[in-house]
Design a binder for this molecule. Sequence first.
Ligand SMILES: [Zn+2]
Length: 113
Amino acid sequence: MHEYTVAYDIYATARRAALDNAATRVKKVSADFGDMSMINPEQVEFLFATLCEQDELFHGAVLEYRNIAVKSECPCGYTGDERYVCPQCGKLPQIVEGREICVTNVEIEVDDE
Ligand SMILES: [Zn+2]
């Protein structure tokens, strides 16, 4: 179950960042999902919410995500969004963006005392 691994990774990354910064609560986690990462974002969001329910630090935390469009490049000079066939030379272009899944921001609350 790919989505669970992704949701857990996001949760674990955010948790580490929160603890490193002495957070008392995590409010929002932002992530980028590449269009080529082959995940269902709604499902990741749902699983992330399930993980948050089991962790006091994450109570009420929301996951906000952006879809990153595919960007590819070909040695012939083509750049665009073709994934499998270069429209100029017919070869397999290289995907340079749109594969990644990453946490871009973690919004936390810190106890001032
Ligand atoms: Zn090409």
